[in-house]
Design a protein around this ligand. Structure first.
Ligand SMILES: Cc1cc2nc3c(=O)[nH]c(=O)nc-3n(C[C@H](O)[C@H](O)[C@H](O)COP(=O)(O)O)c2cc1C
Length: 341
């Protein structure tokens, strides 16, 4: 068994956290990770506060273990993704951990959550942002390396960013980016992380709310098929993301530092459901294909990190957690310790 500050302070049996992934990280995935002894992370994406409440309650039907909620602090084409009522819902529902990403939330939100017993984390891509967060009262930092999938603020690769952060911060640091097997877990622990935060590997889990074709591509692609681009996002412009290369990404390579203007007349690349509404996906849509999405996958945003090159099979999430952690133990005991003799 691997014990860290994360397992001790958060009542986990493994130092494994599933990344909050908007559209994909819904109750079945969250509960599967928590039931496997890790910390599942619910990602409400653009869902309003009342829908979040239902998602939290649905998660509780599937697990009695701790889990968290991941919020993006940004105003997008859907409006502000996180508002004070979202925070109030987490307080009412006594959610054990709330994680913020992109911007720091108002200090009053951090204080409200902490005083009601919720731990508050920030996912940060630079030491400066992490230090600002710790000064504002944040309990732990998720260090996002530049290899990470999805929206990405990583100022450097995880092999540099992680020891920079763990050397300077007093709060626990959890490693995010490029970790898709037990070797990556062992490396992150060696660099001072108290746990791992895993996104891309879990897209290819049975429970992730991703379209089968999206999962198939995560399994099929190599690390060199992943690009960092800003083309996706009439809903959230000019934000760098790591995605799988497809026709639209390749067409815009070299001109992809900003989201291109919408074509006139408008073009649509597919349809999906957002809440109980049908959403027509505009050209360059940044939303991710869920099981009921239809349209042209060569035009869609297929967020994934470089670690897609390490993903070879769709599996149940609990099996992914257990196999990664068992492999990490083996790497530490059989490879690293053996190197000393
Ligand atoms: C499909 C996908 C969606 C993501 N959505 C979110 C999100 O909604 N909120 C968030 O904080 N991070 C999001 N991220 C970033 C992850 O939190 C994390 O930084 C990343 O997955 C870690 O790297 P990895 O993908 O190599 O495991 C997303 C990542 C992916 C792959």
């Amino acid at each position: 068994m691997i014990h860290t500050r994360l397992t001790g302070e958060y009542d986990l049996t493994v130092p494994f956290v599933s990344a909050g992934m908007a559209f994909l990280s819904l109750p079945p995935l969250v509960a599967a990770v928590s039931n496997a002894g890790g910390l599942g992370m619910l990602a409400p994406g653009p869902e309003p506060p009342m829908a979040l409440k239902q998602l939290i309650q649905a998660t509780r039907q599937l697990t009695i273990r701790p889990f968290g909620v991941d919020f993006i602090v940004e105003t997008t084409g859907f409006g502000p993704l996180t508002v004070e009522q979202h925070v109030e819902v987490c307080i009412e529902e006594r959610v054990p951990v709330v994680v913020f990403f992109w911007h720091l939330p108002p200090v009053s939100w951090i204080q409200r959550l902490k005083s009601s017993g919720t731990k508050v984390w920030l996912q940060a891509g630079s030491l400066e942002r992490a230090q600002e967060a710790v000064a504002a009262g944040i309990d732990a930092i998720v260090a996002q390396g530049s290899e990470a999938g999805g929206h990405n603020q990583g100022a450097a690769g995880l092999f540099t960013l992680l020891p920079v952060m763990t050397g300077k911060l007093s709060v626990p640091v959890i490693a995010a980016g490029g970790i898709a097997d037990g070797r990556g877990v062992a490396a992150a622990l060696a660099l001072g992380a108290e746990g791992v935060w895993v996104g891309t590997r879990l897209i290819a889990s049975q429970e992730a709310n991703a379209h089968q074709e999206y999962k198939r591509r995560v399994v099929a692609v190599r690390e060199s098929d992943i690009a960092r681009t800003c083309i996706f996002g009439p809903e959230w412009p000019d934000a760098p993301m790591r995605v799988i290369r497809n026709r639209v990404v390749n067409e815009w390579t070299g001109r992809d530092t900003k989201t291109p203007p919408q074509p006139d007349p408008p073009e649509f690349i597919g349809t999906m459901r957002l809440g109980d509404q049908e959403y027509r996906m505009p050209k360059f849509a940044a939303v991710l294909p869920t099981p009921e999405t239809t349209g042209d996958f060569e035009e869609m945003c297929l967020a994934a990190g470089e670690s897609a090159g390490l993903v070879h099979e769709i599996k149940p999430a609990a099996q992914i957690v257990t196999e990664m952690m068992t492999e990490a133990e083996r790497v530490i005991a059989d490879r690293l310790v053996a190197l000393l003799s």
